[in-house]
Design a protein around this ligand. Structure first.
Ligand SMILES: *Cc1c(COP(=O)(O)O)cnc(C)c1O
Length: 322
């Protein structure tokens, strides 16, 4: 396991490059019981998602020669945007590999930061293989999206900030894909409160980490279209860190339908006045749709990103779901 000190160090290292995002507190009443929610708003983070934390920690640690050569990354969008933003801050070359299925708003946001964007592969997993190969051939440092101690430590800084806001949570609900976010938060919060329940939340279709934890080893699933596009993708061919961290740290997994995720996007917009993307809203969706009732009275909810396509929001409104 990555030592807690690495997360404290990451917090210091990245402090000039990230926002200490605020929390919203709200009370949810259902069937005579009450839950206090603490929403950690990483949709308000620079670049629109928490991914800048890991990318900053990793890239600020690169040595001179690695910086001079440049970096390469693969992404469903948010990691690529974070790497491109950090590359632009540091004045280093970045190549961002995106599969054909990447959400158009995310492609546009990355392009506007000025990296070299390459459209490679039909799926995210195909794009990953190509990006790693190109990195080796072209001498570029591959910036892992999750399976790297420095990335995990960067994401873990959210756990430290959450402890400052509320050290007595019963459970924390974390959007889960490759598992870097939940691993980092789990290490940080559980270090100070080993009793807290760590809950991974994903879409029902193609949730690779959830299926892998159930089987006891990393599995492959075919990629399916989902409104939670940030949660798509496998664990990588030779997962070294996040699978074993999740085995150790994650207490429960909750899976959600597309309708539940969509319902939570609309709820966040209408009731909380928050613009949240599908992958970012799953923790809240779990609460709204009654899947978190037995997790205790005080719940931390990581709202992990807000980069939703406005065309998609418009279509939800037009479909009269707002
Ligand atoms: C990347 C991402 C996640 C999942 O993070 P992992 O470290 O891959 O588990 C969740 N939400 C959003 C918005 C993301 O961009």
């Amino acid at each position: 396991m990555i030592p807690i000190q690495e997360i404290h160090k990451a917090g210091e290292r990245i402090s000039g490059y990230i926002r200490k995002t605020p929390v919203h507190r709200l009370t949810m009443k259902a069937e005579g019981s009450e839950q206090q929610l603490v929403l950690k708003l990483e949709n308000l983070q620079y670049t629109g998602s928490f991914k800048i934390r890991g990318a900053a920690n990793k890239m600020l640690n690169l040595n001179e020669s690695a910086r001079a050569a440049g970096v390469i990354a693969v992404s469903t969008g948010n990691h690529g945007r974070a790497v491109a933003a950090m590359a632009s801050h540091l004045g280093i070359r970045a190549v961002i590999c995106l599969s054909e299925g990447t959400a158009p708003n995310k492609v546009a946001a990355i392009e506007s930061l000025g990296p070299e964007v390459r459209r490679v592969g039909q799926t995210y997993d195909e794009a990953t293989v190509i990006a790693k190969q190109r990195g080796k051939i072209e001498g570029l440092t591959f910036i892992e999206p999750f399976d790297d101690p420095e990335i995990i430590a960067g994401q873990g800084t959210i756990g430290l900030e959450l402890l400052d806001f509320d050290p007595s949570l019963d459970a924390i609900l974390v959007p889960m894909s490759g598992g870097g976010l939940i691993s980092g938060i789990g290490i940080a919060y559980k270090h100070y409160d080993p009793e807290v329940k760590l809950v991974g939340v994903s879409m029902g279709a193609g949730a690779v980490m959830g299926a892998s934890l159930e089987k006891g080893h990393p599995v492959k699933l075919s990629e399916e279209a989902t409104i939670a596009d940030a949660l798509v993708g496998g664990l990588g061919k030779d997962n070294q860190y996040t699978f074993s961290h999740c085995q150790e740290l994650v207490d429960t997994v909750i899976l959600l339908s597309e309708e539940e995720i969509t319902g939570a996007i609309v709820y966040a917009l209408q009731e909380l006045h928050l613009l949240v993307e599908g992958g970012g809203v799953v923790g809240l969706a779990a609460v709204l749709f009654g899947k978190a009732r037995d997790l205790g009275e005080r719940l931390g909810i990581i709202i992990s990103g807000g980069n939703i396509d406005l065309g998609l929001v418009a279509s939800l409104i037009q479909a009269n779901k707002l």
